[in-house]
Design a protein around this ligand. Structure first.
Ligand code: GDP
Ligand code: IMO
Ligand code: MG
Length: 427
């Protein structure tokens, strides 16, 4: 039966969404990125090749797959052209890529404003990727944004640039930053438009046609649900919604078309950037996890903060996304950890709670309450079935299922495509 499957991150990003999307892509006909931009960094490893994708969907390696960058994305055309070139240089020349005419464009002044806003926030800075994502979405909502279709028409682009620049330059000049002229941007962005024209179309129409043909569709989430602008740890979040609920809006399909929502979850937790992270810990064990898990940002190279798995977070994320299955990732990284912890609730001002407070200051005061599980020492990187796992590892996974009330559909014991075990047919 044909299906529409959503892959989402259940934590603060970097859960292994790229790996799972690439793995499941062989059963899909279409792979769609719906939100975010090149703040994302998705690592894919197969046949001794390692790729880091930022904007392009992870189905790009299969020439039969239609890859869609949908209307909810914000796209830096220069970065996209570089990403396409980098793939071509590495022999990925035969691919199908489509870009929504309604996706918004990240302009150079958005990048400058991203840095400027972070500077102004000072010690309250979000720790953004400084890719201009927030200011590009802000322009979209302020109705002064530039869309991909605008890059195809000199008159339209000229007019839109005038308006957009008027606002950007007020802010930039007030802080003595470089201001931009229409003339310096117009020619360059028209050129990007010419280069990208062959990919730009109404992707909602394309996607719905493929659905009508009975094709399998895979939606590749970027960021994680805890970075959601609405349901995440506001204000330390990204500026889009990386939840399953955002998929219909951001791609132009009907909400009732989604069949499966796979929540990609690290066997522990990481976070890059600032913001509350109740289960974070800093000691020899976290250092070892960072080293073995190579926990450094794919986009910015920043060391990722390390914490234990948090069931309050996972249940919150299950509720807002309607998870139908879990993908448990980087399980191999926990090999050798003597005692593994799972946070089951928080203590807030002496009271036990099992929800995430909206008030950021309250959330900061939450102290995790842990259960402890005995670890395992066996190397599991060659395991290819649940039965082959050490007993303590099986026990850890069973407890994740029990506590989250979501079945594990897939688990991962290494970064390579091969190091993946399916427990349930997803398509
Ligand atoms: P994404 O943003 O969710 O796609 O995740 P990233 O690619 O940013 O980060 C996940 C990291 O974990 C990458 O370096 C992957 O190669 C790596 N990875 C994914 N699954 C596994 C796994 O099961 N074991 C190990 N050791 N690494 C993994
Ligand atoms: P993937 O798709 C991890 C974080 C940034 C920062 C916050 C806001 O690889 O999982 P932004 O530049 O979006 O305005 O930054 O969000 N962030 C991510 N963290 N993985 C990502 O993407 C992220 N995209 C944004 O570190 O804390
Ligand atoms: Mg990433």
């Amino acid at each position: 039966m044909n299906k529409r499957v959503v892959i989402i991150g259940t934590q603060w990003g970097d859960e292994g969404k790229g790996k799972i999307t690439d793995y499941l892509a062989n059963q899909a006909d279409v792979v769609v990125r719906s939100q975010g931009g090149n703040n994302a960094g998705h690592t894919i490893i197969f046949n001794n090749n390692k790729f880091a994708l930022h904007l392009i969907p992870s189905g790009i390696f299969n020439p039969n797959i239609i890859n869609i960058m949908a209307n909810g994305m914000v796209i830096n055309p220069q970065a996209l052209l570089q990403e396409i070139d980098a793939l071509k240089t590495r022999g990925i020349t035969d691919f199908k890529l489509y870009i929504s005419d309604r996706a918004h464009v990240v302009m150079p002044y958005h990048i400058d404003l991203d840095g400027l806003f972070e500077d102004i926030k000072g010690e309250n800075a979000v720790g953004t990727t400084k890719k201009g994502i927030g200011p590009a979405y802000a322009d979209k909502v302020s109705r002064i944004g530039i869309r991909m279709s605008d890059l195809l028409d000199e008159n339209t682009l000229g007019k839109k640039l005038e308006v957009s620049l008027e606002f950007a330059n007020i802010l930039l000049s007030a802080k003595n930053c470089k201001i931009y002229t229409k003339e310096e941007l117009l020619a360059v962005y028209l050129e990007y438009g010419r280069d990208l024209k062959k990919y730009i179309c109404d992707t909602s129409m394309l996607l719905n046609k493929e659905i009508d043909f009975g094709k399998n569709i895979l939606f590749e989430g970027a960021q994680g649900s805890m970075l959601c602008i609405d349901h995440g740890t506001y204000p330390y979040v990204t500026s889009s919604s990386p939840t399953s609920a955002s998929i219909p809006l951001n791609t132009g399909i009907a909400p009732n078309l989604i069949n499966e929502v796979i929540g990609v979850t690290k066997a522990y937790t990481t976070r890059v950037g600032e913001g509350v992270f109740p289960t974070e810990f800093i000691d020899d064990v976290s250092d070892t996890i960072r080293k073995i898990g190579k926990e450094y940002g794919t986009t910015t190279g920043r060391p990722r903060r390390i914490g234990w798995l948090d069931m309050v977070v996972l249940k919150h994320v299950k509720r807002i996304n309607g998870l139908t299955g879990l993908g448990i990732m980087l399980l191999d990284v926990l090999t050798g950890v003597e005692k593994i912890k799972i946070c089951t609730s928080y203590s807030l001002d002496g009271k036990e709670i099992d929800y995430i407070p909206a008030d950021y200051e309250q959330y900061k005061r939450c102290v995790p309450i842990f259960e402890e599980y005995p670890g395992w020492k066996e190397n599991i990187t060659k395991v290819r079935s649940f039965d082959e796992l050490p007993e303590n590892c099986k026990n850890y996974l069973r407890n994740i299922e029990k506590k989250s009330e979501v079945n594990i559909a897939i688990f991962s014991v290494g970064p390579d495509r091969e190091q993946t075990v399916m427990l349930k047919n997803i398509f």
